[in-house]
Design a protein around this ligand. Structure first.
Ligand code: 13P
Length: 255
């Protein structure tokens, strides 16, 4: 982390977990823990928990995010939610292009790009996820895969807007598997992302962007990952569902 140049952010991705009473209990537990954090704190929760989360976190340092957003403003898109619907209820962040959406729901770099632009236009801060499959890493094409995703996902996004965007590097083989990337692997790709941003924009812009690591980050491995120059926080799945674990990650990112 380089806190002089950019903000460190720990974001929870609850995925498809927590009913409303469960969400309420977790957030109430989290509020006093998050209070002392010296980093950005975001919880991305299922659509049905957004209003509860926004209401409960009012006046606290916890920001609320959604886990997806559609790119059209309104219309015949059954089951989808627009960026305006999110901002209207007080949501500030949104995860876009998570590998689970790419894998199971046909998300492509083109739709990730459209969703990112719509989110930014509505005033949401996107957390854009990129990362290689195990097969791609084994074939030694991680650099090409991730640089390509960055170029396509951020196509036509201005420098001013990219500074409001968080990039989450999530190697697909490390998500929910307990297989964490080594600190060196995480740093190598996060730096590659920053170098790609510097080529697409300029160094000052690239230096200002928060780049998170995600994939089995937990209280045991967080310190080493977060000690890397280009790893500015984490996008946390499993460990965001327990207040105590999430609290340890906040402590580590606050150092
Ligand atoms: P885990 O932390 O459970 O591996 O999930 C990571 C993730 O996908 C966050 O978006």
């Amino acid at each position: 982390m380089n806190k002089e140049l950019r903000q460190a952010v720990i974001a929870g991705n609850w995925k498809m977990n927590k009913t409303r009473p469960e969400a309420k209990a977790l957030i109430e537990e989290l509020i006093p823990i998050a209070e002392k954090a010296n980093c950005g704190v975001v919880i991305c929760v299922p659509f049905t928990n957004l209003e509860t989360a926004v209401e409960l976190t009012k006046g606290t340092n916890i920001k609320v995010g959604a886990e997806n957003v559609h790119f059209e403003k309104s219309g015949a898109f059954t089951g989808e939610i627009s960026a305006d619907m999110l901002t209207e209820i007080g949501v500030e962040y949104v995860i876009i292009g998570h590998s689970e959406r790419r894998q199971y729901f046909g998300e492509t770099d083109e739709t990730v790009n459209k969703r990112t632009k719509s989110a930014l236009a509505a005033g949401l801060k996107p957390i854009v996820c990129v990362g290689e499959l195990l097969w791609e890493r084994e074939c030694n094409i991680t650099e090409e895969v991730v640089a390509r995703q960055i170029k396509l996902d951020l196509f036509d996004v201005s420098a001013e807007d990219v500074k409001k965007t968080i990039i989450a590097y999530e190697p697909v083989w490390a998500i929910g598997t307990g297989k964490v990337a080594t600190a060196e692997q995480a740093e190598e790709v996060c730096k590659l992302i920053r170098d790609t941003l510097a080529k697409l924009y300029d160094k000052e812009t690239a230096d200002a962007v928060t780049i998170q690591y995600g994939g089995s980050m937990n209280p045991k491995n967080a310190a080493e990952l977060l000690a890397q120059e280009d790893v500015d926080g984490g996008l946390i799945g499993g460990a965001s569902l327990k207040a105590a674990d999430f609290g340890v990650l906040l402590d580590e990112a606050s150092k």
